[in-house]
Design a binder for this molecule. Structure first.
Ligand code: ZN
Length: 87
């Protein structure tokens, strides 16, 4: 991702953190602190394919075994229908 420019506005991007949202059944899962490139100008976030794949797999694992992951990960229950994962 060297010399990557924002496709939206052609501005420079810097490394930063993004937040990804998922739905698991009727529960919302928020993944925080996902490493990303963030555009200085328009604020658009770009997540590398390998990282997006990792987060997708993580959320799929949580979906399959929510109880185990809620003990092992930093799963923070905000309300019965919303949990946050901090990477
Ligand atoms: Zn931009």
């Amino acid at each position: 991702m060297k010399n990557f420019k924002c496709p939206e506005c052609k501005s420079r991007v810097a490394t930063g953190k993004a937040t990804m949202n998922y739905r698991l059944a009727d529960c919302r899962v928020i993944v925080k602190n996902v490493p990303a490139l963030v555009c200085h100008s328009c604020g658009q976030e770009y997540i590398a394919p390998s990282i997006a794949k990792y987060v997708n797999e993580l959320v799929n694992n949580i979906r399959e075994n929510f109880k185990i992951f809620s003990r092992r990960l930093h799963l923070q229950q905000i309300c019965p229908k919303e949990v946050a994962v901090t990477m």
